[in-house]
Design a protein around this ligand. Structure first.
Ligand SMILES: *[C@@H]1O[C@H](CO)[C@@H](O)[C@H](O)[C@H]1NC(C)=O
Ligand SMILES: *[C@@H]1O[C@H](CO)[C@@H](O)[C@H](O)[C@H]1NC(C)=O
Ligand SMILES: *[C@@H]1O[C@H](CO)[C@@H](O)[C@H](O)[C@H]1NC(C)=O
Ligand SMILES: *[C@@H]1O[C@H](CO)[C@@H](O)[C@H](O)[C@H]1NC(C)=O
Ligand SMILES: *[C@@H]1O[C@H](CO)[C@@H](O)[C@H](O)[C@H]1NC(C)=O
Ligand SMILES: *[C@@H]1O[C@H](CO)[C@@H](O)[C@H](O)[C@H]1NC(C)=O
Ligand SMILES: *[C@@H]1O[C@H](CO)[C@@H](O)[C@H](O)[C@H]1NC(C)=O
Ligand SMILES: *[C@@H]1O[C@H](CO)[C@@H](O)[C@H](O)[C@H]1NC(C)=O
Length: 426
């Protein structure tokens, strides 16, 4: 009884505090843009302008693509800060022709002459992918990167012994090899009380960026976003990474129950399906009526806040060089650039995932499953910012230098297959 009253009091105080914080927030500047401001090295006020600029650059790149063939064209990428769409071509004599066809965007175009055509990059990418499988390589990423007009392979020095045959044979194609150590995917343990309590008659909101717990109270992964399916739109699934599933915690039916936390653990439901091969995806079926599937993503300004999800963007509508941000339970909001829109990854446990996006976002243990998004804002006064989902984080790696970080993203177009659709706030 006393415990209940106390909980109510704490909840009440919590709500008061939250409201006070929101007021403070409203008085502060556009600090929801702090992470992007940091990425671009600009003030918060300049972020909406850069977001609008980036939107135009991506629009221009979408117009550009059908104009170019695979023989003369060698890929494109954007640089939002310098407001340029870089076009790699083999033959500069094509420049005037392209410029003429891109009239409204002429001032944004910048041409580089390079050697590797798209067709060449594609065939080298395929050859290296096959070599890696043939030589049983492990713990690698193979990616097609237009900015450097080459194939970039990320390898972990701990696996050089096993990967030696692959590396030796790969050298004939002159790829760029980067050293990159994968963050091990072990659940973080925590001091959390592990008793599961009966849910009280309150709603428990679960949003993208929240921690997901196993039944022992370990912080395991990050909640991605909610989806449903046309044929069963009474059912809701929370998307996260497939490798968040842990056999040691499996139920007799082979599923695993995941939890959120208010003061204690509250069960969300069972991960009934998960995939590790070709896609790294897990779906948690919402089975507890107390859980509310809230289509928001946790973000940080001066205080924790939430941004509404208004849609999704498939990988073929993104452009190399554009920004993406993540809301990880461990790392909170981190932003980075897209290095490659076409890559595959092989995990040390042997699972192979293809059609992933490579970014320079920092992520670490616990961030797996985190929603990755592009912010939309054509209006600097816009509050709150709106979020367009582009996928979830499935791997984080660190290079030689501390700032050489890589996060691998499972794109939304590989998640919303069949009749699945994203739950949005509009
Ligand atoms: C960020 O921009 C400031 C000037 O606006 C410059 O002095 C500084 O070197 C920049 N930092 C980085 C890391 O580029
Ligand atoms: C290169 O590969 C990409 C992705 O597989 C494909 O969309 C594109 O059409 C290919 N381009 C050429 C010129 O082969
Ligand atoms: C570049 O294109 C022009 C016109 O199509 C052609 O005459 C020329 O030979 C090409 N140059 C190279 C190096 O391919
Ligand atoms: C560009 O070249 C293509 C053929 O290579 C031609 O069909 C097209 O009309 C040219 N466009 C312009 C704007 O010159
Ligand atoms: C392209 O190839 C030529 C000849 O092989 C070489 O001289 C040149 O440096 C290369 N250009 C680039 C940008 O790699
Ligand atoms: C690949 O390597 C693993 C680990 O070293 C080994 O167990 C497996 O048999 C190898 N597979 C092939 C086809 O060589
Ligand atoms: C939960 O609360 C609502 C309104 O406060 C009430 O109508 C409902 O009966 C309660 N349900 C349970 C199971 O206590
Ligand atoms: C789970 O897998 C079964 C069988 O493969 C499939 O019918 C069902 O649609 C899947 N559900 C989800 C949520 O992926």
């Amino acid at each position: 009884m006393i415990k209940k009253a106390l909980t109510k009091l704490i909840l009440f105080l919590f709500i008061i505090t939250l409201q006070t914080h929101l007021k403070i927030y409203a008085l502060s500047d556009n600090s929801q843009y702090a992470s992007l401001a940091k990425l671009w090295n600009v003030t918060n006020d300049e972020v909406p302008k850069l977001l609008a600029r980036e939107k135009t650059l991506i629009e221009a790149s979408q117009k550009l693509k059908p104009l170019l063939d695979g023989i003369n064209f060698c890929g494109s990428y954007i640089d939002t800060k310098s407001n340029k769409l870089f076009i790699n071509i083999k033959n500069l004599s094509l420049k005037d022709n392209i410029t003429n066809s891109m009239k409204p965007y002429q001032n944004l175009l910048s041409f580089n002459t390079v050697n590797n055509s798209l067709t060449k990059l594609n065939s080298t990418f395929d050859k290296l992918t096959n070599l890696a499988l043939q030589y049983n390589a492990t713990n690698y990423i193979i990616s097609k990167q237009y900015k450097v007009n080459n194939i970039v392979i990320y390898l972990d020095p701990n696996d050089y012994g096993r990967n030696k045959a692959f590396i030796v044979n790969a050298m004939q194609y002159n790829p760029i090899i980067k050293t990159s150590t994968s963050n091990k995917d072990q659940p973080k343990s925590t001091t959390l009380e592990s008793t599961v309590i009966e849910g009280r008659n309150v709603s428990v909101y679960v949003v993208g960026g929240d921690w997901l717990y196993d039944h022992a109270g370990n912080e395991v992964c990050t909640a991605g976003f909610w989806i449903s399916r046309e044929s069963r739109n009474d059912q809701r699934y929370l998307v996260t990474a497939g490798h968040c599933f842990d056999n040691r915690f499996a139920n007799p039916d082979g599923s695993q129950t995941f939890y959120t936390r208010v003061f204690n653990l509250v069960d969300i439901g069972r991960m009934t399906n998960h995939s590790l091969q070709l896609k790294d995806l897990g779906y948690i079926l919402k089975e507890n009526n107390l859980i509310v599937d809230r289509p928001f993503v946790k973000s940080v300004g001066r205080v924790a806040r939430e941004s509404p999800i208004i849609g999704s963007l498939p990988s073929d509508e993104l452009e190399a060089g554009s920004n993406l941000c993540m809301s990880g339970a461990e790392s909170r909001v981190k932003c980075g650039y897209i290095d490659a829109l076409d890559a595959n990854i092989n995990f040390r446990d042997g699972h192979y995932v293809e059609d992933v996006i490579i970014t320079t976002i920092y992520s670490t243990l616990g961030d797996s499953g985190a929603p990755v998004y592009h912010s939309e804002s054509d209006d600097p006064e816009d509050f709150p910012d709106r979020i367009i989902i582009t996928g979830i984080v499935i791997s984080g790696r660190t290079g030689n230098e501390e700032e050489e970080v890589t996060s691998v993203v499972q794109p939304i177009n590989t998640i919303l297959t069949d009749d699945f659709f994203l739950i949005t706030a509009n």
